[in-house]
Ligand binder design. Structure first.
Ligand code: SF4
Length: 246
């Protein structure tokens, strides 16, 4: 999930400002006629069908045993690879396995345990603060609501949707660097802002496929439609893709 630019997700590692209403942004699809919109939805159905065939094992690549562990792992994955996070979390969860333990641990100890994931000072504060809020506001249980999750320090829409989709089976679109790039190349959005891309994909992807479509697009972005090069000549989606900007 590494990105060159400082992402919205990373910015949420800092102390939360006063809550701000997220307006549904101006969308490409708002300009489409109902017939065109239906055609785009059908195109996405075909794409998801092919990706399911190509990557039957696609799933969340972060290692976790429960909602708290996935929440923490996803916060750590900002500006860091999932592989690096998976090497870091076993020692972290062995020592601090619950929101109670994490909230009471000295900041310096958390920093040391997560140092290799980068931006560790901000991430340690986020881990401690969000754990404290889970204990104080939600009785030590990770809430299963987006609004409550995004109220936690270090938790943006992307992290909230990862937890909701993978643990609580509440569908959510997660726009990381791969999903954003593929959505643009496939002509489903022109936006760079992950939240705007999320809104556009929500209109196009069938709701029950929201969570799985994330894993499928991430896998395709790692294997075929990579950041460095789009391998269109061996891409199973070629027939359905306008190959924007490649
Ligand atoms: S056809 Fe090319 S641009 Fe489109 S998804 Fe495949 S690799 Fe990416």
């Amino acid at each position: 999930m590494a990105q060159k630019k400082v992402s919205a997700e990373k910015r949420t590692l800092k102390k939360k400002p006063a809550p701000r209403k997220t307006k549904s942004p101006a969308r490409k699809h708002a300009a489409l006629t109902p017939v065109e919109l239906a055609a785009e939805r059908r195109r996405m159905v075909e794409i998801v069908k092919i990706l399911k065939r190509e990557y039957p094992e696609a799933r969340c690549s972060l290692t976790y045993c429960n909602a708290f562990e996935l929440l923490i792992a996803t916060i750590l994955s900002a500006q860091c690879t999932d592989e690096r996070v998976n090497k870091t979390t076993p020692a972290l969860f062995k020592r601090l396995s619950t929101p109670q333990a994490m909230s009471q641990a000295p900041l310096a100890e958390i920093e040391k345990l997560i140092q290799s994931t980068g931006f560790y000072k901000n991430k340690a504060k986020a881990l401690k603060e969000c754990s404290r809020a889970i204990v104080e506001l939600y009785g030590g249980e990770v809430p299963a609501e987006q609004e409550k999750l995004t109220g936690l320090r270090g938790v943006g829409r992307k992290t909230a949707n990862v937890v909701l989709g993978n643990v609580f089976e509440i569908p959510g679109i997660v726009v990381d660097t791969h999903v954003g790039r593929l959505a643009r190349r496939m002509g489903f959005t022109r936006h760079l802002d992950p939240v705007k891309v999320e809104y556009e994909l929500m209109e196009i992807v069938v709701r029950e496929d929201w969570t799985q479509s994330n894993h499928l697009m991430i896998e395709h972005g790692r294997q075929v439609c990579t950041a460095r090069r789009a391998f269109c000549e061996r891409c199973a989606l070629s027939r359905f893709c306008p190959k924007i900007g490649v």
